[in-house]
Design a protein around this ligand. Structure first.
Ligand code: B12
Ligand code: SF4
Length: 443
């Protein structure tokens, strides 16, 4: 990190109706990345979506500690801390404590705030639980009146999805989000909630156990405003409502954006449309070596869609042989990229309930909850063996070509797609580049 504070002030022309009456400093604390993965910084999503719900008369100064230092000398009236991951929490609490020692008022929000609200309460003046659309103006009014409430709880009362977005991306210092000069993907979401309720996941607790799509026209409008051809749809799952998916992919196809997402419904018509609408690669959970998984990988590849496998190691049905066979299976099926994590019993998940009941949780130090450390007693192997298998999985899968090379292949694929439909833009226009014999259009 360098010492220049990234206090990105909203320029007056970014917002209509401006009569600035107070300043909010919004902080996204640093979080430790998976030890085996190349470190890249995606622009944070929760903070920019939250910022869109902050009334216009509030000036926002944003610090993403993952790319810049926190500015403790900013003259903000209110400090907002946005926390997504459990492993981000200890740092978030440190930051809050420091600001409160300086006499500042601190409000917390975001996913990990909802998951750890009781723990956070003693480090905050106020805790916001739930989604802020249509709700934050009241918080600001309360603050100005000296009546900030200790808790705003909307967990069981999600706002209508019509009230969502577009995200306020103007608070980002965009130059910070690139990898070796290549601009990172922009994050966007077209729906909230998830109807599946899988055992290691807390999405059901967060966004309700129903699929909540945004109106397609509003998503299209938001996409049109994003100055990036490459996007990441962070929707929990694009496998929840066939009719909506068909409507959505049909509507975004003319925009020619290229995108990555969590799983897309395995349905030939939907996958064909997804590919035509710019689906570049998807995350695919791989939990066994069955023909079902083999067919899914094949079907995605047949549609020209890349696959990043997400593999959780350490579930109760896995022993050492199972894990080794699983890695062989990934290599045989020529997965484009794989991300291995260790099963982690995050709060408000079914797996945590089970492991607590069985007395198998070994650590409640949230700094260990990075998804690359074993914090519970596995059923069919020792803690040490599972930790060793985690390293083995990364080493074996990437033995022939490393993570960066495999990601490089995926990037070559997107460049090819962009060249085919004329949307490719060089990020360093002065350098002339050629790819697979295709001519690069000047920007
Ligand atoms: C996008 C995403 C990622 C992205 C994050 C990119 C980024 N820069 O933001 C990436 C891919 C990097 C990622 C990685 C991981 N993720 Co993730 N991810 C998500 C996902 C799908 C969406 C988060 C999101 O953007 N939601 C949409 C935004 C708009 O919602 P929001 O943040 O809640 O914001 C709203 C409110 O909370 C509020 N708000 C937000 N900030 C603030 C601040 C204030 C002051 C206030 C008042 C309000 C407020 O306003 C917003 C509008 O209403 C969630 C699932 C989910 N359902 O949320 C999982 C999730 C957060 N991830 C999870 C996990 C486990 C991981 C990983 C650890 C493992 C993995 N492989 O998935 C890795 C990290 C590994 C590592 N250590 O390196 C878990 C979290 C578990 C935990 N307790 O830590 C989740 C919940 C999914 C799950 N499986 O349960 N993830
Ligand atoms: S793991 Fe994915 S599909 Fe399963 S409940 Fe969580 S978000 Fe939904």
């Amino acid at each position: 990190m360098d010492n220049s504070f990234a206090c990105v002030h909203i320029r007056t022309e970014d917002r209509t109706r401006r009569d600035v009456s107070m300043k909010l400093q919004l902080i996204y604390p640093a979080w430790p990345k998976l030890d085996r993965q190349t470190v890249f910084q995606l622009p944070p999503h929760g903070p920019v979506v939250f910022a869109a719900t902050v009334p216009d008369e509030v000036d926002i100064v944003f610090n993403d500690e993952n790319v810049d230092d926190v500015d403790y000398s900013c003259d903000a009236d209110l400090i907002g801390i946005s926390v997504m991951l459990t492993c981000q929490l200890p740092r978030a609490l440190e930051i809050a404590d420091k600001f409160r020692e300086m006499g500042k008022c601190v409000i917390f929000g975001g996913i990990a705030t909802m998951l750890h609200s009781e723990e956070i309460a003693s480090h905050a003046d106020s805790v916001f639980l739930g989604e802020t659309e249509g709700r934050f103006a009241q918080v600001i009014d309360d603050f100005k009146a000296g009546q900030l409430q200790p808790v705003y709880d909307y967990m069981c009362d999600p706002p209508p999805t019509e009230s969502i977005g577009p995200a306020r991306r103007s608070i980002l210092n965009r130059q910070r989000y690139n990898y070796r000069g290549v601009q990172m993907l922009d994050l966007v979401h077209a729906s909230r909630g998830c109807k599946f309720d899988c055992f290691p996941c807390c999405s059901g607790f967060l966004g309700g156990k129903t699929f909540r799509p945004r109106p397609v026209a509003k998503v299209v409008e938001e996409l049109e405003s994003i100055p990036n051809n490459r996007l990441f749809f962070v929707d929990n799952s694009l496998a929840q409502d066939r009719d909506w998916l068909i409507e959505f992919f049909t509507a975004i196809k003319p925009l020619k954006r290229k995108w990555v997402s969590h799983p897309v419904l395995y349905d030939p018509e939907v996958l064909k449309l997804a590919a035509e609408a710019g689906c570049w690669y998807v995350y695919q959970a791989i939990f066994d070596t069955s023909d079902v998984i083999r067919d899914r990988i094949k079907m995605l590849k047949d549609h020209g869609i890349g696959v990043e496998g997400t593999i959780i190691l350490g579930t109760d049905d896995q022993d050492e042989d199972f894990v080794k066979r699983l890695i062989e299976f990934l290599c045989e099926n020529k997965l484009d990229v794989a991300e291995f994590t260790v099963l982690t019993p995050f709060p408000h998940t079914r797996i945590r309930e089970q492991l607590v009941a069985e007395g198998r949780i070994l650590s409640n130090n949230w700094l260990d909850y990075t998804a690359d450390k074993v914090v519970f007693q596995p059923k069919l192997m020792s803690v040490e063996k599972l930790q060793e298998l985690y390293q083995y999985a990364w080493d074996t899968f990437y033995a022939d070509s490393g993570y960066q090379l495999k990601m490089g292949e995926l990037f070559r694929r997107v460049i090819g797609l962009e060249m085919d439909d004329g949307t490719y833009r060089r990020y360093t226009p002065r350098k002339r580049r050629r790819l697979a014999g295709k001519k690069v259009r000047p920007t």
